[in-house]
Design a protein around this ligand. Structure first.
Ligand code: GLY
Ligand code: MN
Ligand code: MN
Length: 480
């Protein structure tokens, strides 16, 4: 809820203040006299420091080194209203999560502040403080009368001491925070925003473990979908059923989805960000499912599988599917430390251009289509990129400079997707009729190591044969 005061109760006694709300019922004096008493003491336990604390400390130290002498302000963000008295679920700004190690339990409106100081040896550094709203004393109207932050309404909030112990960061009450002239504030300050984005390009071992976890839970979510295919087919808005099945896994094992699930059956698969998900799932069609679980630390997977609803690919579906897989395999083969990020995309595009030229779909040769200046005809059938960085944001490191990202060099510790596709829209007159309405994407999550790429999502069936065997195992007779 977005009001700072509940609409169902007021914090003044009946005799005070004229009514301004059409719903407030003023507190009678007896309520006010008794509400603050009769509560057991809450021991302020010091929780153990979280495993991610030293990693977050190293990230803060790196940021401090990049801005000697500057005061840095990194806000968590706050609630956003969805409809009256109803907010979207709060999720902290990814940079704040990265720099604090806070995840799904981050407190709205907190601010991480780096105050410049000089070390004893004369080196510049920063004192870092996490400002957050201290829990209200039970004698305050906030406790019982504030539907947005009052503990009577939303449940217990963490204490300043508890957060300091868990994250290993000094904390202070948000009321003590004041902005100052010259502050470098995230999102307003381009250099700061770029730097925190680039800080996330190479993941540490804690982050890699979280990415593995996110992929593992996502794999279970895909299994759930495959196992539920008969019910999904029987549901008029079967795409919504797919979304719901995945949501159940995402919420029970993680914080939720890292982005809106794409459940795109039949021709919907050709709409790259189809999230309306209101179509039927029909045997004989393919269904493209692009979904990722965001775990409690806020790291997310981003995985796509394209399934034959009946359990078996038709010959043309299989040809297109295996071409996309060939493009993905070429991208994997190109990815290694020391080459540019861009070379992954170029490898996938080489396969896509060649195959669609072989099928007679292009007005030019594959070589002409691949010409950087004058080509691109094949991109009609795959307009999106092959890869993006992945982490706390599904499209991670989005403010990194081009020379660090698309033209940057692959390094061990980078995590990114490989996700080629082919999409033949239902009304695309440039392709034979049998291609129309078929969309395929295969998306895997990849960790670069010194020895080359590791496919984190390799356990989720991927080849056409593996996908058919998967459906046969979990959902025998699904589309019969
Ligand atoms: N799910 C969005 C993407 O694949 O980039
Ligand atoms: Mn992706
Ligand atoms: Mn995706």
């Amino acid at each position: 809820m977005s009001t700072s005061e509940s609409d169902t109760i007021a914090t003044e006694a009946t005799t005070q203040a004229p009514q301004t709300s059409n719903r407030k019922q003023p507190f009678p004096q007896g309520f006010l006299d008794t509400i603050s008493t009769g509560w057991a003491d809450r021991p302020d336990l010091a929780p153990p420091t979280r495993a991610q604390a030293p990693y977050a400390a190293a990230r803060r130290a790196a940021l401090s080194r990049a801005f000697p002498g500057d005061r840095l302000v990194v806000p968590a963000g706050g609630y956003k209203q969805r409809s009256n008295d109803t907010d979207y679920p709060f999720r902290a700004h990814s940079a704040l999560a990265h720099l604090t190690g806070w995840g799904a339990d981050a407190v709205p409106d907190s601010v991480l502040v780096f105050d410049p100081r000089e070390d004893a040896d004369g080196e510049p550094g920063h004192d870092v403080t996490l400002y957050l709203r201290e829990r209200a004393d039970r004698t305050t109207p906030e406790f019982y009368g504030d539907a947005t932050i009052g503990e009577f309404w939303i449940g217990p909030r963490p204490s300043l001491a508890g957060v300091a112990a868990e994250l290993g960061i000094p904390t202070a009450h948000i009321d003590g925070f004041a902005g100052a002239d010259g502050d470098r504030v995230l999102d307003d300050d381009t250099d700061l925003t770029r730097t925190v984005s680039e800080l996330r390009l190479v993941k540490d071992e804690y982050e890699i473990a979280q990415m593995r976890l996110a992929v593992e839970v996502t794999g279970r979510g895909f299994d759930d979908i495959v196992a539920d295919l008969p019910r999904i087919i029987a549901t008029p808005r079967g795409e919504r059923a797919v979304e719901g099945v995945f949501h159940h896994r995402a919420r029970t094992e993680g914080n939720g989805e890292g982005y809106d699930t794409i459940a795109a059956s039949g021709p919907h698969a050709c709409y790259l960000h189809w999230t309306r998900n209101d179509g039927a799932v029909v045997p004989g069609d393919l269904i493209l499912v692009d979904a990722g679980v965001e775990v409690d630390s806020l790291y997310t997977a981003d995985i796509t599988r394209t399934l034959p609803v009946s359990g078996t690919f038709t010959p043309i579906q299989r040809t297109i599917y295996e071409t996309v897989r060939e493009a993905a395999d070429a991208a994997f083969a190109a990815a290694r430390p020391g080459v540019t990020f861009r070379s992954i995309h170029e490898a996938a595009m080489g396969v896509i251009a060649q195959r669609v030229a072989d099928w007679g779909l292009l007005p030019v040769t594959a070589a002409e289509a691949l010409d950087a200046e004058r080509g691109g005809q094949h991109r009609r059938y795959m307009v999106h990129g092959t890869s993006h960085h992945l982490g706390i944001d599904v499209h991670d490191c989005a403010q990194a400079r081009r020379e660090m990202y698309y033209d940057g060099i692959l390094e061990p510790g980078m995590v990114f997707t490989i996700e080629p596709g082919l999409y033949f829209q239902i009304d695309d007159l440039t392709v034979p009729e049998e291609y129309r309405g078929i969309g395929v994407r295969i998306e895997d999550d990849v960790l670069m190591t010194a020895d080359g790429p590791v496919n984190l999502s390799a356990d989720i069936p991927r080849t056409a044969d593996e996908v058919e065997a998967w459906i046969a195992r979990l959902s025998p007779g699904a589309g019969a």
